[in-house]
Each structure stands twice: as C-alpha cells, then as structure tokens.
Design a protein around this ligand. Structure first.
Ligand code: LCS
Length: 395
C-alpha cells in the first residue's frame, strides 16, 4: 500500500498484506497464547532478539501486529501498541515516561479514571501533577517545573468539550524537552492528528470510536518515535502486561474499516442535534466545538477536520431535572461510554467524573446540570424526537 494514501483508504488496508496469509481478504484471528519453535536453537535466537518469529502473545501476535501497524499509519506515528483498555494504555505511557518525583502537567479537565491514576502516581511514587488552563502560552510556561516530564492533554476535554491548542503546547514542550501525550479518544485519527502537530504520543480509549460498536474494551498508544515505542514494548508492555487479546484486536480491525464513514455520520448527526438543542427553552449553555458561538470555534477549525459527535449541555434547573431527562429518554440509551452506533446519554457529575471531588469538578466546568450526549448513527430526526420529548417533559 502506498504510504501517501488517504486516511479513508488506510483504515481499510494499512498494515495488512493478504499475500502473507494465504490471500485471506481479512486479517486472520490468531487466537493463540503461544507459538511453537521449530528448534531449540531457533527458540534461543528469538529470545535473544536475533530472529523475528513469534514467541508468546503477550510479546507479539500477528493479529495484534496488523492492528498496531494500522493505527501507527492512521496517526502518522513511528509505531503503536495495543492494550486491554484505554486506562491500560494511559497508565503504560505514563509509567514509560515518568519516574519517582517527576511532575506531570495536565489540561484542566481529564477523564475521571485518568484523574484517579494521577492520584495513585502521586501517593505511591511521589509523581506530582497540576491541572492548568492551557489557553494561554504564558500560563503554560510558568507552570513548567524542572521536574516536569510530561504534558498530558485531552482535547476536546471529556466532558466539557474545551479544546487545547496542540501546536502551541508542542512548541513550548520542545523548548523544555518535555514529552506531550494527547488523549485523542474524542476525535480518532480521522478528525485530529496530534503527532502531525508536533506532539509525541497519542493515546486512545479504543473502546470508543476506534472499535465503534460498543462491543470491546481496548486502548492504544501511538508514538512518533519508533525506538521509544520499542523500549516501551520491551519494558512496560511486556512486564506490566496489559496487552490486548487477539480477538479484541480483530474486532478493532473490523471496526476501523468504517471509521471514516462512521465519523462523518456522527458529525452530520451531531451538527443537526446541536442546532436543535441550542434553541430548546430548557437548554442552558451548550458545549459543542461546531457551534459558531463556541469560544474556541476557531481553534476547532484549525486543528480538527470536523467538530465530532460529542455534545454537552446544561439543563435549566437543578440536578433533579438533568436526572429526569436521563430517565425519560427511550431510544437514547442511558449509559456511559461514547462513540458507539447507539446514541448514549449520561450525567458526568454522578457518573464518569464522580470520583473527582465536587470542588475540583466544578472548577473544571462539570456542574450538576451538565449532560453529555454521544450522538450515534441512528436517523438524527429520531434521536431529536426522543431528546425533545425528554426535554419537553421537565417542569
Ligand atoms: N480517555 C478518555 C478520554 C476516556 O473517555 C476514557 C473512558 C478513557 C480514556 C479510558 O478508556 P477505557 O479504559 O474505558 O477504555 N471514558 C469513558 C466515558 O467517558 N464513559 O465511560 C468510559
């Protein structure tokens, strides 16, 4: 396959050659834990890294390799590693890049379990962190310490949809020799490519848009530098061991084939739903990068191909009104997760971000009336009809 193929083509072909596998059109599922060696000498040379054959599926498996090569191609990275969950991917990259007493700078909003992981790193290894508003270059510069090893960014931030200017962050980080890790879960490589903007690592909860069908928990790390990724494979991934299962890798490869088609439809539907939500009398503030009044609309246009399928909004009223909307939807499913074919709705303050203390949560912009919607692939008219009846039903 040509390296300069478009992403719509790469999602289908990158990293796989049918001729390597008896012409099988789709990558075969190597559902095996181990690989037999033709001789003791060959076993010795594989363990010594002198020959290329497989050893054991925690160290490498042909189905997983296709997924990793495909994701590296999609993010324009040097190499990728697949993990058993998004959190396994996030923790692997942070273990890889930090040591005791280092410091991590974070965007002022992150997924609840990533927040939990940062507390754990602090308690156990003295790795401190600060969550800061990265809107302004000077604020970012002044928050950097001698011990800062990583800048960790979500953009859009889950669930407030705030954006971080990746080109600016990468530029500042380079001046200080700090690695930038971007959680690209909300966009997928189809909508945003952090490595092309100068960042060093991308992580994904592949559970979301990469898989796309709500049937797998998985994670990915893609690194710009192939040698650094090889080190990570040989240490953190091998010895902490959160490797994806071959079957889950196969499901992700199947999901990825339709990434571009799905994301376009997610974006089309979200555009329609946002337009309707904005003029509904029960809706207060809406947070959607595609909205012309969204404070970072220009940045969205600069670094995202399209605004994505996620919308958050505040309900006029109190927590009980937000909960009532969640109780009234029928077609839309009341569930955490996102990026699935089904439209999902949830209440971040009591669900995905409930582990974050209330005061900190409110600083991030997660109020008790905030609702997060992952717009699915159903007919947008049906999604809206359901949401409208739920909104109309509150006092
Ligand atoms: N990063 C982001 C931005 C996420 O939204 C999630 C999960 C993760 C990492 C962790 O991935 P996992 O281990 O679950 O594959 N986010 C969820 C959410 O918003 N609702 O349910 C899970």
């Amino acid at each position: 396959m040509k390296k300069n193929n478009r992403i719509e083509t790469k999602v289908i072909h990158a990293g796989y050659h049918p001729s390597d596998h008896a012409g099988s059109l789709t990558p075969p599922l190597f559902q095996t834990s181990t690989f037999s060696f033709p001789s003791a000498e060959e076993g010795e040379s594989r363990f010594a890294g002198e020959s290329e054959g497989h050893i054991y599926s925690r160290l490498g498996n042909p189905t997983i390799t296709v997924l990793e090569e495909r994701m590296a191609a999609l993010e324009n990275g040097g190499a990728a590693l697949a993990f058993t969950s998004g959190m396994a991917a996030v923790s692997a990259v942070l273990f890889h890049l930090t040591k005791s007493n280092d410091h991590i700078l974070c965007s002022d909003g992150i997924y609840g379990c990533t927040f939990g992981l940062l507390q754990l790193l602090k308690q156990k290894y003295g790795i401190d962190h600060d969550l800061i508003n990265m809107d302004d270059e000077e604020t970012l510069r002044s928050a950097i310490r001698d011990e800062t090893a990583v800048i960790y960014v979500e953009t859009p931030i889950n669930p407030t949809m705030k954006l971080v200017d990746l080109e600016m962050v990468a530029k500042v980080a380079k001046e200080h020799d700090i690695r930038v890790v971007v959680d690209n879960t909300f966009c997928s490589p189809y909508l945003q490519q952090p490595l092309a903007l100068g960042c060093d690592y991308v992580v994904h909860s592949a559970t979301k848009y990469i898989g796309g069908h709500g049937d797998v928990i998985a994670g990915m790390v893609v690194g710009a530098d192939k040698a650094e990724m090889a080190e990570m494979a040989a240490s953190v991934r091998k010895d902490i061991g959160g490797v994806i299962s071959p079957f889950d890798a196969w499901l992700l490869l199947r999901g990825l084939k339709t990434l571009a088609v799905r994301l376009d439809r997610h974006c089309d539907n979200a555009e329609k739903i946002a337009e309707k939500l904005k003029s509904h009398p029960k809706v207060g503030k809406m947070f959607y990068p595609g909205d012309e009044e969204f404070p970072q609309h220009a940045l969205a246009k600069k670094q995202m191909r399209r605004p994505g399928g996620m919308i958050s909004f505040e309900v006029k009223g109190a927590k009980k009104d937000a909960q009532e909307i969640l109780n009234r939807v029928q077609l839309i499913k009341l569930a955490v997760s996102l990026g699935d074919t089904e439209t999902l709705i949830q209440h971040p303050a009591t669900m995905t971000h409930s582990v974050i203390p209330k005061e900190e949560r409110e600083k991030m912009g997660i109020s008790d009336t905030l609702i997060r919607l992952s717009v699915g692939l159903e007919a947008w008219e049906d999604i809206w009809a359901d949401l409208k009846q739920a909104l109309d039903g509150i006092e």
